[in-house]
Write a protein that binds this ligand. Structure first.
Ligand code: F6R
Length: 241
């Protein structure tokens, strides 16, 4: 585990964008695991800027997103499909057929999850997985549990996740209660994992996840044993380590 301390949000974003862009430059057909949420927005903004300057080319890149709400269509503004397109994909030259997110509008969980697991295999696995961390220690939507769920699966969102994500919806009641998420094995099999954490509300969980025991009660803690895991924290998120 490698920890990189950044000054603030924009420093964290630039450092993470540097790692992602180095991956794409060294391996133009890389499979990038993408995350949504507030934290990676600055990274995507930076990558778009470098793409617009002509420094990056995503034409051969494949993307695999961590998760999607269940029962939400791609067209919905709250879908992760929409988030990824408006914050990143629509602004760079990623080929639409190489973009992958779980099919949120399909309520047949078994079918969606099986297809996603198969797709990850068919693209040869993930070269670099970007992650945020939930205040409860979730990665993707792998919520605190008594076991590590391995493959892509359907989850009931915890109250704290619904609470944290309501800022993206008009009303808390509109936040879907279930989601499809890549499992812990999918994430751990990524060849490299890069996590970003920013802000004071992440300080406690950063300490628990990376300086406490490895336990499914804090899903991110398993990254301690990943062979190539980098955590970039800004000063506020690093306050307790
Ligand atoms: C989103 C995801 C989540 C977020 C986490 C942190 O695809 O996988 O695990 O990374 O909820 O979200 P923010 O960045 O909004 O604090």
């Amino acid at each position: 585990m490698r920890i990189i301390r950044a000054k603030d949000y924009s420093d964290m974003s630039r450092k993470a964008a540097n790692i992602l862009s180095a991956q794409v430059i060294m391996q133009p057909d890389a499979v990038l695991g993408c995350a949504t949420g507030g934290t990676p927005v600055g990274i995507y903004r930076q990558l778009i800027e470098w793409y617009q300057r002509g420094d990056l080319d995503f034409s051969e890149v494949t993307t695999v997103n961590l998760d999607e709400y269940r029962g939400i269509s791609r067209e919905s503004e709250q879908s992760y499909w929409h988030f990824m397109h408006s914050n990143f994909f629509d602004h760079v030259n990623i080929a639409p057929e190489r973009i992958h997110l779980p099919e949120g509008s399909n309520l047949n969980a078994q079918e969606v999850c099986r297809a996603y697991t198969e797709m990850i295999r068919s693209v040869g696995g993930i070269d670099l997985q970007l992650l945020g961390i939930g205040t409860d220690g979730h990665i993707g939507f792998n919520e605190p549990n008594t076991v590590f769920e391995m493959d892509t699966h359907c989850v009931d969102l915890t109250e704290s996740t619904v609470e944290a994500n309501k800022r993206f919806f008009a009303r808390k009641e509109d936040v879907p209660r279930q989601a499809y998420t890549m499992g812990i094995r999918d994430i751990m099999q990524a060849r490299r994992v890069l996590m970003v954490a920013s802000g004071a509300d992440k300080a406690k969980i950063v300490r628990q996840a990376f300086f406490g025991p490895v336990t499914p009660a804090v899903p991110a803690s398993i990254l301690q044993i990943h062979p190539d895991f980098t955590l970039i924290v800004d000063q506020e998120a690093a306050a307790e380590i």
